[in-house]
Design a protein around this ligand. Structure first.
Ligand code: HEC
Length: 210
């Protein structure tokens, strides 16, 4: 089965057609409402489902044989413009798809036959696992107080009170100073940037009195 999306701007038509590749005949057709594009692409699972994304960010599954819509997934702020990727491991089929949530890159994975996943949350500023907050908690929190990271270290200055600029933090983290170790080589330049930005922005808005 092969799903082909076409648009005809003159007639304001947007059609998705499913072709049976055995005999090249159209098996079924979907007409999408005006304004909805399905240019992200589609994939067909071994279990006979055609997965299609549309420009509203909705991911749909149709029965390949009949075109009946059997499942769909959408979330506020989620945009999906890439083709769904299907793969099998240990007898279970999985679907992975790249998108964005509130402008941040997101990779979604579904196991076919699994229950609905919890809502996707956009990563905090700085991005994903290596967010400034995580880097701070792991590397800095034992010595510094910063309310935004729930840290109460007292070896170094209280950063909520100090309110250092981003460049001050960056300089200090790279080079160290006094009893503070240098993090150059420990943290990547991107991590140093992320943690510096996090500290400067969090401290700026933190109340000065604890
Ligand atoms: C082992 C304890 C320790 C760790 C870990 C540590 N610091 Fe420090 N930090 C200090 C001390 C002590 C000072 C005061 C340095 C001095 O004497 O000039 C300091 C100073 C600073 C300053 C002030 C610089 C200035 O110019 O006033 C900033 C900003 C800072 N640290 C950020 C961080 C960040 C971000 C991390 C994690 C990447 C970190 N620190 C990890 C102990 C630490």
């Amino acid at each position: 089965m092969c799903f082909i999306y076409s648009r005809d701007d003159d007639q304001l038509r947007r059609d998705g057609s499913c072709f049976d590749l055995q005999d090249n005949k159209t098996a079924w057709q979907k007409r999408f409402p005006s304004g909805i594009e399905c240019a992200g692409g589609s994939s067909t699972s071994a279990g006979g489902l055609v997965f299609v994304t549309d420009s509203t960010g909705r991911l749909r599954a149709y029965e390949a044989a009949t075109g009946k819509e059997v499942w769909s997934y959408a979330q506020k702020g989620l945009s999906l413009d890439a083709p769904p990727i299907l793969y099998e491991d240990g007898g279970t089929e999985y679907l992975a798809i790249v998108g964005t949530i509130e402008g941040k890159a997101a990779l979604l994975g579904f196991a076919l036959g699994a229950t609905e996943p919890p809502p996707l949350v956009a990563p905090k500023e700085g991005g994903g696992a290596a967010s400034g907050e995580n880097i701070f908690a792991t590397n800095c929190g034992t010595c510094h107080t910063l309310a935004a990271a729930n840290s109460t270290g007292t070896v170094g200055p209280d950063l909520d009170q100090l309110k250092p600029s981003e460049s001050t933090v960056e300089h200090q983290v790279i080079n160290g100073g006094g009893k503070m170790p240098a993090f150059k080589g420990q943290l990547s330049p991107a991590e140093i940037k992320a943690v510096s930005k996090f500290v400067a922005e969090s401290a700026k808005t933190a109340p000065t009195e604890h």
